[in-house]
Design a protein around this ligand. Structure first.
Ligand code: AMP
Length: 289
Protein backbone atom coordinates (compact mmCIF):
# COMPACT_ATOMS: atom_id res chain seq x y z
CA UNK A 1 0.00 0.00 0.00
CA UNK A 2 1.28 3.45 -0.90
CA UNK A 3 0.45 6.62 1.00
CA UNK A 4 0.46 9.98 -0.77
CA UNK A 5 -0.44 13.47 0.40
CA UNK A 6 -0.45 15.49 -2.81
CA UNK A 7 -2.80 15.63 -5.76
CA UNK A 8 0.13 15.34 -8.16
CA UNK A 9 1.45 12.13 -6.55
CA UNK A 10 -2.06 10.67 -6.48
CA UNK A 11 -2.51 11.30 -10.19
CA UNK A 12 0.91 9.86 -11.02
CA UNK A 13 0.33 6.64 -9.07
CA UNK A 14 -3.10 6.14 -10.60
CA UNK A 15 -1.79 6.87 -14.08
CA UNK A 16 0.77 4.10 -13.58
CA UNK A 17 -1.84 1.63 -12.36
CA UNK A 18 -4.03 2.42 -15.35
CA UNK A 19 -1.10 2.01 -17.74
CA UNK A 20 -0.79 -1.52 -16.33
CA UNK A 21 -4.40 -2.15 -17.33
CA UNK A 22 -6.07 -1.69 -13.93
CA UNK A 23 -9.56 -0.33 -13.40
CA UNK A 24 -9.86 2.01 -10.43
CA UNK A 25 -12.20 1.68 -7.45
CA UNK A 26 -12.50 4.53 -4.96
CA UNK A 27 -13.68 4.75 -1.35
CA UNK A 28 -13.74 8.28 0.08
CA UNK A 29 -13.64 8.46 3.90
CA UNK A 30 -12.95 10.80 6.78
CA UNK A 31 -10.79 8.17 8.47
CA UNK A 32 -10.99 6.58 11.91
CA UNK A 33 -11.72 3.46 9.94
CA UNK A 34 -14.00 0.63 11.02
CA UNK A 35 -15.56 -2.41 9.36
CA UNK A 36 -18.12 -0.20 7.63
CA UNK A 37 -15.30 1.41 5.68
CA UNK A 38 -13.41 -1.81 4.94
CA UNK A 39 -16.63 -3.44 3.69
CA UNK A 40 -16.77 -0.72 1.02
CA UNK A 41 -13.26 -1.69 -0.10
CA UNK A 42 -14.37 -5.31 -0.29
CA UNK A 43 -17.29 -4.31 -2.50
CA UNK A 44 -15.00 -2.12 -4.59
CA UNK A 45 -12.65 -5.07 -5.13
CA UNK A 46 -15.44 -6.97 -6.85
CA UNK A 47 -15.65 -4.17 -9.44
CA UNK A 48 -12.12 -2.83 -9.87
CA UNK A 49 -8.55 -4.06 -9.62
CA UNK A 50 -6.82 -1.02 -8.07
CA UNK A 51 -8.24 0.35 -4.81
CA UNK A 52 -7.88 3.99 -3.84
CA UNK A 53 -9.04 5.34 -0.48
CA UNK A 54 -9.02 8.96 0.59
CA UNK A 55 -8.84 10.06 4.20
CA UNK A 56 -9.80 13.69 4.67
CA UNK A 57 -11.81 15.31 7.43
CA UNK A 58 -13.50 17.88 5.25
CA UNK A 59 -13.90 21.05 7.30
CA UNK A 60 -16.42 22.65 4.91
CA UNK A 61 -19.02 19.92 5.41
CA UNK A 62 -19.17 20.42 9.19
CA UNK A 63 -21.93 22.79 10.17
CA UNK A 64 -20.78 22.43 13.79
CA UNK A 65 -17.21 23.52 14.56
CA UNK A 66 -17.09 21.42 17.73
CA UNK A 67 -18.01 18.30 15.72
CA UNK A 68 -15.08 19.03 13.38
CA UNK A 69 -12.62 19.67 16.22
CA UNK A 70 -13.55 16.49 18.09
CA UNK A 71 -13.90 14.23 15.02
CA UNK A 72 -11.75 11.18 15.89
CA UNK A 73 -8.47 10.86 14.02
CA UNK A 74 -5.78 8.14 14.15
CA UNK A 75 -3.75 7.88 10.98
CA UNK A 76 -1.38 5.06 11.97
CA UNK A 77 -4.32 2.89 12.96
CA UNK A 78 -6.12 3.80 9.72
CA UNK A 79 -3.10 2.83 7.60
CA UNK A 80 -2.94 -0.57 9.29
CA UNK A 81 -6.66 -1.21 8.75
CA UNK A 82 -6.55 -0.01 5.14
CA UNK A 83 -3.49 -2.16 4.39
CA UNK A 84 -5.25 -5.24 5.74
CA UNK A 85 -8.34 -4.39 3.70
CA UNK A 86 -6.33 -4.49 0.48
CA UNK A 87 -6.19 -0.76 -0.29
CA UNK A 88 -3.49 -0.01 -2.89
CA UNK A 89 -3.28 3.76 -2.52
CA UNK A 90 -4.20 6.10 0.30
CA UNK A 91 -4.63 9.77 -0.53
CA UNK A 92 -4.42 11.75 2.69
CA UNK A 93 -4.14 15.46 1.90
CA UNK A 94 -4.12 18.36 4.34
CA UNK A 95 -6.46 21.37 4.17
CA UNK A 96 -4.00 23.43 2.14
CA UNK A 97 -3.59 20.75 -0.51
CA UNK A 98 -7.36 20.39 -0.94
CA UNK A 99 -8.41 24.03 -0.70
CA UNK A 100 -5.95 26.31 -2.42
CA UNK A 101 -8.72 28.81 -2.95
CA UNK A 102 -12.35 28.50 -2.04
CA UNK A 103 -14.55 30.36 -4.50
CA UNK A 104 -16.24 27.42 -6.16
CA UNK A 105 -18.80 25.09 -4.59
CA UNK A 106 -21.04 22.30 -5.83
CA UNK A 107 -24.60 22.27 -4.54
CA UNK A 108 -27.88 20.53 -5.31
CA UNK A 109 -31.59 21.29 -5.15
CA UNK A 110 -34.53 19.12 -4.09
CA UNK A 111 -32.56 16.13 -2.78
CA UNK A 112 -31.07 18.28 -0.01
CA UNK A 113 -34.37 19.74 1.20
CA UNK A 114 -35.14 17.08 3.81
CA UNK A 115 -33.48 14.77 6.33
CA UNK A 116 -29.88 15.83 7.12
CA UNK A 117 -30.06 18.53 4.44
CA UNK A 118 -32.69 20.30 6.53
CA UNK A 119 -30.96 19.96 9.89
CA UNK A 120 -27.34 20.49 8.79
CA UNK A 121 -27.27 23.68 6.69
CA UNK A 122 -24.36 23.73 4.23
CA UNK A 123 -23.38 20.13 5.01
CA UNK A 124 -24.16 18.69 1.60
CA UNK A 125 -22.64 21.62 -0.25
CA UNK A 126 -19.40 20.72 1.51
CA UNK A 127 -19.85 17.03 0.68
CA UNK A 128 -20.61 17.57 -3.03
CA UNK A 129 -17.72 20.00 -3.35
CA UNK A 130 -15.16 17.65 -1.83
CA UNK A 131 -16.50 14.58 -3.63
CA UNK A 132 -16.40 16.43 -6.98
CA UNK A 133 -12.81 17.43 -6.28
CA UNK A 134 -11.90 13.88 -5.27
CA UNK A 135 -13.56 12.48 -8.41
CA UNK A 136 -11.49 14.90 -10.51
CA UNK A 137 -8.30 13.98 -8.66
CA UNK A 138 -8.77 10.18 -8.61
CA UNK A 139 -10.90 9.77 -11.76
CA UNK A 140 -12.17 6.38 -10.60
CA UNK A 141 -14.23 3.95 -12.67
CA UNK A 142 -16.25 3.03 -9.56
CA UNK A 143 -16.87 4.83 -6.27
CA UNK A 144 -18.45 3.03 -3.33
CA UNK A 145 -20.63 4.77 -0.72
CA UNK A 146 -22.40 3.29 2.31
CA UNK A 147 -26.16 2.99 2.65
CA UNK A 148 -25.55 4.23 6.21
CA UNK A 149 -25.46 7.77 4.77
CA UNK A 150 -28.34 7.22 2.38
CA UNK A 151 -29.07 10.86 1.49
CA UNK A 152 -25.40 11.30 0.63
CA UNK A 153 -25.27 8.13 -1.49
CA UNK A 154 -28.51 8.77 -3.39
CA UNK A 155 -27.72 12.42 -4.09
CA UNK A 156 -24.12 11.76 -5.13
CA UNK A 157 -25.44 9.22 -7.60
CA UNK A 158 -27.62 12.03 -9.00
CA UNK A 159 -24.69 14.47 -8.98
CA UNK A 160 -22.58 12.19 -11.16
CA UNK A 161 -25.43 12.07 -13.68
CA UNK A 162 -26.07 15.83 -13.57
CA UNK A 163 -22.38 16.75 -13.88
CA UNK A 164 -21.41 13.90 -16.24
CA UNK A 165 -18.76 12.37 -14.01
CA UNK A 166 -17.69 9.15 -15.77
CA UNK A 167 -17.93 7.14 -12.55
CA UNK A 168 -20.32 4.39 -11.52
CA UNK A 169 -21.68 4.84 -7.99
CA UNK A 170 -22.14 1.69 -5.92
CA UNK A 171 -24.20 1.77 -2.71
CA UNK A 172 -23.04 -0.87 -0.21
CA UNK A 173 -24.94 -2.26 2.81
CA UNK A 174 -24.78 -0.79 6.32
CA UNK A 175 -22.42 -2.71 8.60
CA UNK A 176 -23.61 -3.03 12.20
CA UNK A 177 -22.28 -3.86 15.64
CA UNK A 178 -23.50 -7.14 17.09
CA UNK A 179 -26.48 -5.51 18.81
CA UNK A 180 -27.52 -3.72 15.61
CA UNK A 181 -26.07 -0.23 16.11
CA UNK A 182 -24.74 1.03 12.77
CA UNK A 183 -20.96 1.37 12.87
CA UNK A 184 -19.77 4.96 12.85
CA UNK A 185 -16.57 6.79 13.72
CA UNK A 186 -18.69 8.98 16.00
CA UNK A 187 -19.77 5.99 18.14
CA UNK A 188 -16.45 6.46 19.93
CA UNK A 189 -17.92 9.57 21.59
CA UNK A 190 -20.84 7.66 23.18
CA UNK A 191 -20.77 7.12 26.95
CA UNK A 192 -21.20 3.43 27.93
CA UNK A 193 -24.85 4.09 28.84
CA UNK A 194 -25.60 5.97 25.63
CA UNK A 195 -23.80 3.27 23.63
CA UNK A 196 -26.17 0.67 25.09
CA UNK A 197 -29.24 2.86 24.65
CA UNK A 198 -28.40 3.87 21.08
CA UNK A 199 -29.47 0.44 19.86
CA UNK A 200 -32.99 1.87 20.14
CA UNK A 201 -32.47 3.40 16.68
CA UNK A 202 -31.94 -0.04 15.16
CA UNK A 203 -34.90 -1.39 17.14
CA UNK A 204 -37.08 1.35 15.69
CA UNK A 205 -36.14 0.24 12.17
CA UNK A 206 -37.01 -3.35 13.08
CA UNK A 207 -40.34 -2.13 14.42
CA UNK A 208 -41.03 -0.37 11.10
CA UNK A 209 -40.08 -3.57 9.27
CA UNK A 210 -42.55 -5.55 11.39
CA UNK A 211 -45.34 -3.01 10.79
CA UNK A 212 -44.69 -2.97 7.05
CA UNK A 213 -44.72 -6.77 6.85
CA UNK A 214 -48.06 -6.64 8.69
CA UNK A 215 -49.45 -4.47 5.90
CA UNK A 216 -49.18 -1.02 7.53
CA UNK A 217 -48.46 1.60 4.89
CA UNK A 218 -49.32 4.81 6.66
CA UNK A 219 -46.18 6.82 7.35
CA UNK A 220 -47.61 8.64 10.35
CA UNK A 221 -48.52 5.37 12.07
CA UNK A 222 -45.14 3.80 11.37
CA UNK A 223 -43.07 6.85 12.30
CA UNK A 224 -44.94 7.47 15.53
CA UNK A 225 -44.33 3.87 16.67
CA UNK A 226 -40.67 4.31 15.75
CA UNK A 227 -40.45 7.46 17.87
CA UNK A 228 -41.86 5.54 20.84
CA UNK A 229 -39.20 2.87 20.42
CA UNK A 230 -36.39 5.45 20.14
CA UNK A 231 -37.67 7.31 23.22
CA UNK A 232 -37.21 4.11 25.22
CA UNK A 233 -33.46 4.54 24.60
CA UNK A 234 -33.61 7.94 26.34
CA UNK A 235 -32.02 9.99 23.57
CA UNK A 236 -31.02 13.58 24.31
CA UNK A 237 -33.33 14.51 21.42
CA UNK A 238 -34.73 13.12 18.20
CA UNK A 239 -33.75 15.21 15.18
CA UNK A 240 -36.04 13.48 12.69
CA UNK A 241 -37.84 10.23 11.90
CA UNK A 242 -39.02 10.62 8.33
CA UNK A 243 -40.28 8.63 5.37
CA UNK A 244 -39.32 9.89 1.92
CA UNK A 245 -39.51 8.58 -1.62
CA UNK A 246 -36.22 7.18 -2.93
CA UNK A 247 -36.07 9.18 -6.15
CA UNK A 248 -36.41 12.75 -4.83
CA UNK A 249 -36.19 12.33 -1.04
CA UNK A 250 -39.50 14.14 -0.52
CA UNK A 251 -41.76 13.32 2.47
CA UNK A 252 -44.19 10.48 1.77
CA UNK A 253 -47.51 9.95 3.55
CA UNK A 254 -47.80 6.32 2.58
CA UNK A 255 -45.41 3.74 1.24
CA UNK A 256 -45.77 3.56 -2.50
CA UNK A 257 -42.81 2.52 -4.57
CA UNK A 258 -39.21 2.53 -3.41
CA UNK A 259 -38.93 4.56 -0.21
CA UNK A 260 -36.61 5.35 2.68
CA UNK A 261 -37.23 5.67 6.38
CA UNK A 262 -34.43 7.67 7.98
CA UNK A 263 -33.64 8.52 11.59
CA UNK A 264 -31.34 11.05 13.24
CA UNK A 265 -31.11 11.30 17.01
CA UNK A 266 -28.72 12.65 19.62
CA UNK A 267 -27.43 10.32 22.30
CA UNK A 268 -25.60 12.63 24.66
CA UNK A 269 -23.94 15.16 22.36
CA UNK A 270 -23.44 12.58 19.60
CA UNK A 271 -25.71 12.72 16.58
CA UNK A 272 -26.40 9.28 15.12
CA UNK A 273 -28.15 8.46 11.85
CA UNK A 274 -29.56 5.27 10.40
CA UNK A 275 -32.09 4.27 7.76
CA UNK A 276 -33.79 1.53 5.86
CA UNK A 277 -34.65 1.26 2.20
CA UNK A 278 -38.10 -0.11 1.43
CA UNK A 279 -38.34 -1.88 -1.89
CA UNK A 280 -41.53 -3.22 -3.44
CA UNK A 281 -41.27 -7.00 -3.74
CA UNK A 282 -44.12 -9.15 -4.99
CA UNK A 283 -47.28 -8.09 -3.16
CA UNK A 284 -45.33 -6.62 -0.24
CA UNK A 285 -42.11 -4.87 0.63
CA UNK A 286 -38.53 -5.81 1.37
CA UNK A 287 -36.77 -3.72 4.02
CA UNK A 288 -33.01 -3.34 3.65
CA UNK A 289 -31.15 -1.98 6.68
P1 AMP B 1 -17.20 8.60 6.74
O1 AMP B 1 -15.77 8.26 7.00
O2 AMP B 1 -18.08 8.49 7.94
O3 AMP B 1 -17.38 9.88 5.98
O4 AMP B 1 -17.74 7.46 5.77
C1 AMP B 1 -17.07 7.12 4.58
C2 AMP B 1 -17.91 6.15 3.82
O5 AMP B 1 -18.15 4.99 4.63
C3 AMP B 1 -19.30 6.70 3.44
O6 AMP B 1 -19.65 6.23 2.16
C4 AMP B 1 -20.19 6.08 4.50
O7 AMP B 1 -21.52 5.93 4.08
C5 AMP B 1 -19.53 4.74 4.68
N1 AMP B 1 -19.90 4.15 5.98
C6 AMP B 1 -19.78 4.72 7.21
N2 AMP B 1 -20.27 3.89 8.16
C7 AMP B 1 -20.71 2.79 7.51
C8 AMP B 1 -21.33 1.56 7.94
N3 AMP B 1 -21.59 1.32 9.21
N4 AMP B 1 -21.65 0.65 6.99
C9 AMP B 1 -21.38 0.89 5.68
N5 AMP B 1 -20.81 2.01 5.22
C10 AMP B 1 -20.47 2.94 6.12
Amino acid sequence: MEIVTTIEDTRNKIRKARAGGATVGFVPTMGYLHRGHTSLVEVSRTYARYQVMSIFVNRIQFNDARDFDTYPRDHERDFEIARNAGVDLIFIPDDKEMYKSRYTYVDMEVLTENLCGASRPGHFRGVYTVVSKLFNIVQPDYAVFGQKDIQQAVSIEKMTVDLDFPVKIIIAPTIREEDGLAMSSRNKHLSPTDRKNAVAIYRSLKEADTLLSGGEKNARAILSRMRDVIQKGKPESIDYVTMVDYAKLQPAETVSGKSIIAVAAFFGKTRLIDNMVIEPEGMGYKCVY
